[in-house]
Design a protein around this ligand. Structure first.
Ligand code: ZN
Length: 188
């Protein structure tokens, strides 16, 4: 495993639509492991392959595992609970992830991005989703996600379609972040 460089805006690679994975070979397994290591090293909770300049539909996440089921509780109860409960590591690797349905309710949550470090903004997204993907053992999986994980999956799949969280906020806020961040990164 090795830590890869995470590309930042305005790198044009962040705008590409990543290609589906056809063959799940050793190379893909290595990329997924490298992505997870790179994500943990950067203290992130999600990473898409395009953020390490790889043109493949791969995402990794770790939003933690809890000993309760968030499906049984409201967003507020969930947020209260995760403040107090012990959270175990829960790495998820997804190949060719696809959201097949969105819940009706929207939830606003503060998002950040390893490709726009230092800048956060509230983003409104569906609070629950159903996603299909292939895991590293070539098994087809379906996952119902809500809470932080639902946000994280949507944010990471957006990356595979060349979309950043700042594309979901107002033009004014986006331009402020872009201007400041690009200037800051160019100077470092
Ligand atoms: Zn991101």
């Amino acid at each position: 495993m090795s830590i890869k460089e995470i590309i930042k805006i305005p790198n044009p690679f962040l705008k590409i639509t990543a290609k589906p994975v056809i063959d799940i070979d050793k190379n893909i397994i290595t990329i997924l492991d490298d992505m997870l290591e790179t994500m943990y090293n950067a203290n992130g909770i999600g990473l898409a392959a395009t953020q390490i300049a790889i043109d493949k539909r791969l995402i990794v996440m770790d939003c933690g595992k809890t000993d309760f089921d968030p499906k049984d509780m409201s967003e507020e109860e969930y947020n209260e609970k995760i403040k107090n409960e012990k959270i175990e590591p829960f790495p998820i690797k997804m190949i060719n992830p696809e959201i097949i349905s969105f819940g009706k309710n929207l939830k606003e949550r503060e998002e950040g991005c390893l490709s726009i470090p230092g800048y956060n903004s509230n983003v409104k997204r569906p609070s629950s989703i159903k996603v299909t993907y292939i895991d590293e053992n070539k098994k087809n999986k379906t996952l119902d996600a809500n809470g932080l994980l639902a946000t994280c999956i949507q944010h990471e799949i957006d990356h595979l379609n060349g979309i950043l969280f700042i594309d979901h906020i107002s033009k004014l806020k986006r331009e402020i972040i872009l201007k400041k961040a690009i200037k800051e990164y160019a100077n470092n």
